[in-house]
Design a protein around this ligand. Structure first.
Ligand SMILES: [Zn+2]
Length: 302
């Protein structure tokens, strides 16, 4: 075989292997049982919560791919023995919403009004045609209390942080709060300044969450934890906020801010990856975002 043929052959093998690995990763979703009626699904990139109620299954967030959405729907039906009657999107990002189109047309889909606005403005190309049928169809601004059979779910907006439209869900009977991406457990968070996210306001938004009643905390990314686990993350966000404020006072150039030794609450933090592929959510990213917000070096998109 000529050298170029060997190289081409090797390249094809590598691409096929990578595609297969990605496909297998996307299709693998693990389950953790929190209580008899509450399960958390861990997929590539993000978490999904499944609640069993007397009248049907509730799914919070739908991961990145319609293929994952189909798996989530099937798993929710198997875990609860009932169809999915309510789908909740904590915010607009694709890793929490692009599984929506796999759900039954006509399913009640709840989000905040801001999230629906972001979906339409910032992710319009995905939500074309039939997919638009699974956009949120029941929205609210501040609070929405949903009583479903034997369960009470209170959805709340607590302030800016990851975006300006995130909701948290308190499941009363389970003493559990589902934080969406207002909480990355042991991972560097995405901070979407362009959609109203804020390093500066994030710690106070978490304080508003701590004022609610719960014991168990389900983050948008990372493992299930408790109040103490979320306190650690709040301390991390607080340090970032201080670094941003000091950058303005000291007129710190970006390069210096990126090398700040004032951030040390990130011990053990790792990057969220997509099947092992970096998506840039690292220490440098969060320091840059803190600097950009405080110095006004970014542009709101919606
Ligand atoms: Zn997100």
């Amino acid at each position: 075989m000529k050298l170029w043929k060997k190289l081409l052959f090797a390249a094809v093998i590598i691409v096929v292997a990578a595609a297969l690995y990605l496909l297998i990763s996307i299709r693998s979703i693990s389950v953790e049982q929190v209580s008899p009626d509450l399960h958390v699904l861990f997929g590539v990139g993000s978490n999904t919560t499944v609640l069993n109620t007397d009248v049907g299954a509730v799914v919070i967030d739908s991961m990145t791919f319609p293929m994952q959405g189909a798996l989530i729907r099937r798993m929710a039906e198997e875990l609860t023995g009932k169809p999915v009657v309510l789908l909740i999107n904590t915010h607009y990002h694709l890793d929490h919403t692009h599984g929506n189109p796999a759900f039954q047309e006509g399913t009640r889909v709840v989000s905040t009004e801001r999230t629906l606005s972001h979906l339409k403005a910032l992710d319009a190309s995905f939500w074309e045609g039939d997919r638009a049928k699974l956009l949120p169809n029941d929205t609210f601004d501040d609070e929405l209390k949903i009583e479903l059979g034997n369960k009470t779910i209170t959805l709340k907006t607590l302030g800016r942080g990851h975006t300006d439209g995130d909701l948290v869900a308190v499941i009363e009977e389970e003493k559990t709060i589902v934080m969406g991406d207002l909480f990355f457990n042991q991972h560097y968070p995405n901070i979407d300044l362009e959609a109203g996210g804020s390093v500066q306001e994030w710690p106070a938004t978490l304080d508003a969450a701590f004022a609610l009643e719960f014991e168990t905390v389900v983050p948008g990314h990372g493992l299930i934890t408790d109040r103490l686990g979320m306190r650690d993350f709040q301390r991390f966000m607080g340090q970032l906020a201080t670094i941003g404020q000091m950058a303005v006072i000291d007129e710190t150039p970006l390069e210096e801010a990126l090398n700040s030794d004032q951030l040390n609450a990130d011990k053990g933090y790792t990057e969220v990856t997509l099947a092992g592929i970096s998506i840039g959510l690292n220490r440098e990213f969060v320091l840059r975002r803190a600097w950009q917000e405080s110095t006004g070096n970014f542009t709101r998109k919606n």
